[in-house]
Design a protein around this ligand. Structure first.
Ligand code: SF4
Length: 291
């Protein structure tokens, strides 16, 4: 079997940076390092970080109280790290006032979207975000809209918007499909011509999506996508893989891969989400190479 690994498979710079920040905080070895919800959306990597003393507290959407979870063992060197997906300004204030050292691991690309929203909201724009309303990144971004923000996923959501007077600024969650975003932006503009559309899909997402089509062009007969089922960018990669028409296997780890089903293919493409660690990708590639 020939195994082709996508060039971009695995960690993006925002994830690497977040992990680096959290790991650096454990260096003195005497403190606890907490993350507000999962630092990144990969369960296996979060388990590994936990063994290194980086503890995920709080819930998936960074919305609950953390005081109780940290009160038992608080010392002055303990650190709270903001996840790569970012948080709302209110949550940021809350985290800063917990009495821990505060470190921000928000991906700079998410920070850029927050900046765009903040500056436009200040000028009186209404903000429309294309994305998943339950995703922590979107929840955090909405907090910068000064109460004039809406989240939309499809044309029907746009139909349901109230009448909006004045200017609109449209952005998207960092991990959307560029084509879908353009289509939705055109639909929004039809209803609200005073809409300014800003491309906020991150480069890492675009690169990973493009590389899936490259795998197909290189002759892959099936595509394996490795990464968390709650990782937005990994789920999108699996959709791109399915759109190529090739059989697609979305797995979190090697244990989920049905090797009997895979062995009939002579060329298999492998890619992985932006939060999938190298050790999980290697494990799959090694098993395939051994077949
Ligand atoms: S996928 Fe994009 S926005 Fe998300 S952490 Fe990576 S670079 Fe940042």
């Amino acid at each position: 079997m020939k195994v082709i690994r996508a060039k971009s498979a695995g960690f993006c710079f925002g994830v690497e940076r977040a992990i680096g920040i959290a790991r650096k905080c454990t260096e003195c070895g005497k403190n606890k390092v907490y993350t507000d919800g999962p630092l990144i959306h990969n369960r296996q990597m979060m388990e590994r970080l936990q063994k290194e003393g980086i503890l995920e507290i709080g819930d998936y959407q960074s919305s609950n109280e953390l005081k109780e979870e940290i009160s038992n063992s608080k010392n002055s060197a303990d650190v709270l790290v903001v996840r790569a997906h970012g948080v709302s300004p209110e949550r940021r204030e809350y985290l800063k006032n917990l009495g821990l050292i505060f470190k921000d691991a928000t991906c700079p690309d998410v920070g850029r979207i927050a900046g765009v929203i903040k500056s436009h909201a200040k000028k009186g724009y209404t903000i429309i975000i294309m994305g998943d309303p339950k995703h922590p990144e979107v929840i955090g971004l909405l907090g910068y809209a000064e109460g004039r923000g809406f989240v939309v996923k499809c044309n029907e959501d746009i139909d349901k918007l109230p009448n909006i007077e004045g200017n609109i600024c449209m952005v998207s969650q960092s991990t959307m499909f560029p084509d879908d975003y353009q289509q939705l932006a055109a639909y929004l503009k039809k209803r609200f011509p005073k809409t300014e559309v800003i491309d906020t899909i991150c480069g890492a997402t675009k690169e990973r999506q493009k590389d899936v089509t490259v795998l197909a062009a290189q002759g892959a007969q099936a595509i394996i996508v490795i990464g968390g089922r709650h990782s937005a960018n990994t789920v999108k990669l699996a959709i791109v893989a399915k759109r190529t028409g090739l059989p697609c296997f979305h797995i979190e780890t090697l244990a989920e891969l049905d090797l009997n089903k895979i062995k009939k293919y002579e060329v298999v493409g492998v890619t992985a989400g932006a939060s999938t660690p190298e050790f999980l990708i290697d494990e799959v590639c090694n098993a395939l190479n051994a077949m």
